[in-house]
Design a protein around this ligand. Structure first.
Ligand SMILES: [Zn+2]
Length: 414
């Protein structure tokens, strides 16, 4: 079997380890100057300086990485790729001063993406998802969490998850599917949201728990996770608890959208051990204290704040300084974050949340892998892990968030 050697890199960022990184360890990237990594059959077999790794080689295909930085492929642990149309009316309305909830009340927002999904075939939806996945890998991403959530009926949520499965089968990276049936209450249940919650609990969750999804990362259910949007205008904490309980009863893991527009105490959800709680623009000191000891990753989505033109961002500095494991993701979606670029997210995290470039890279690699329970296979470059690698046209990792709005990723390997 022949091997592939990536060699002569200005910097190789190893991010060694399988545990979420907290505090000062977020700033230790395990950098090897003049670094090399050897790959055999999709698995990393050696990591070190170019001279060290070269000595262990027999037959190799060599990829010269002179003046490049090699790092683990990004893990984008929060995306909503199953939609059809960009939301350009929302975009213009918001520029003119309308707020998120005003746009939703006017018939825009999440509900306006429903029609496109409901009128499209699985193949058509899969084409849109695959286009997004390919854009993501062009920007250095190798693992993507993908949510349903613009179908909002049993049939259309299943179609959305099937579209994710179809796209994942055609993509070389790893996709982790999530059921987000509880994104918002669909218009037909506006006057009886409890009935819709019942449909999510009694019909959607049991269905996806019985179907299997064979992906490169292993065999999943049709969805590996159940997510809920706990927010004013979406679902109440009580409704979310009901849905998360149904997920747990069916053996599905959980993750939660919470604290984006208003505050909800996080310890309400402690019993579910969510893999991740996401957004967290509104947090109390008690929430931060809980997160610092919980086996839950705090996933921040600052591209949404940027795109919405908000001046307030999640308190990344306070979270990191208090020992919370922080991850970064794109929140790729048509309403609030239409970007597939993790480097852009890193840039916004540095400039607006005052994360250091090293912390941002840790949050986008090993901590993202932890947010998907994939830390034993993804998120760092070390022997035995999957050969998911991003190569950037840069001599220093700090250039990745520095050059914003352009794509410096020269190659992605999976
Ligand atoms: Zn989201």
């Amino acid at each position: 079997m022949s091997a592939t050697l990536l060699t002569n890199a200005s910097q190789l960022l190893t991010l060694r380890g399988c545990a979420p990184r907290r505090g000062a360890s977020m700033r230790d990237l395990g950098i090897i100057e003049d670094g090399a990594v050897c790959i055999e059959d999709g698995t990393i077999t050696a990591v070190g300086t170019s001279a060290e790794v070269w000595e262990q080689m027999k037959t190799v295909e060599v990829i010269d990485c002179t003046n490049k930085v090699i790092l683990p492929g990004f893990v984008d642990s929060h995306t909503h790729p199953v939609f059809v149309h960009p939301r350009l009316i929302d975009f213009e309305k918001r520029i003119a001063g309308a707020h998120y909830e005003e746009i939703a009340a006017a018939g825009g927002g999440i509900r306006s993406s429903l029609r496109g999904v409901r009128e499209s075939s699985e193949d058509q939806l899969a084409t849109h998802v695959l286009k997004a996945l390919n854009e993501m890998s062009a920007h250095g991403t190798t693992t993507v969490e993908a949510k349903s959530g613009y179908g909002l009926s049993v049939e259309d949520e299943i179609h959305s998850l099937e579209a994710i499965r179809l796209a994942a089968e055609q993509w070389t990276g790893t996709v982790v599917p999530t059921l987000l049936g509880a994104h918002v209450v669909p218009p037909e249940y506006r006057n009886d949201p409890e009935k819709y919650v019942g449909i999510v609990c009694d019909q959607m969750i049991p269905y996806v728990a019985e179907e299997h999804f064979d992906a490169p990362a292993g065999s999943y259910k049709l969805a590996a996770y159940v997510d809920v949007f706990c927010e004013r205008g979406a679902f109440t904490p009580d409704q979310c608890v009901r849905i998360l309980r149904a997920a747990r009863n069916h053996g599905l893991k959980t993750r939660i959208h919470v604290g984006q527009l208003t505050h909800t105490a996080l310890d309400l959800f402690a019993e579910f051990h969510p893999a991740s709680v996401d957004h967290l623009d509104h947090l109390s000191d008690a929430d931060i204290a809980w997160l610092a000891t919980a086996d839950t990753v705090a996933t921040l989505l600052p591209a949404a704040n940027y795109f919405l033109g908000l001046s307030v961002f999640p308190p990344a500095r306070k979270l990191i300084d208090n020992g919370v494991a922080v991850a970064l993701a794109t929140d790729y979606n048509p309403g609030t974050s239409p970007t597939t670029s993790m480097p852009l997210v890193l840039s916004v995290a540095c400039t607006h949340m005052k994360m250091s470039p090293a912390e941002a890279i840790t949050a986008a690699t090993i901590n993202g892998a932890c947010a998907l329970n994939l830390q034993h296979r993804k998120g760092s470059l070390e022997p035995g892990k999957d050969a998911d690698i991003a190569i950037f046209d840069a001599q220093d990792y700090r250039e990745i968030p520095y050059w914003f709005g352009v794509n410096r990723c020269s190659q992605t390997i999976t």
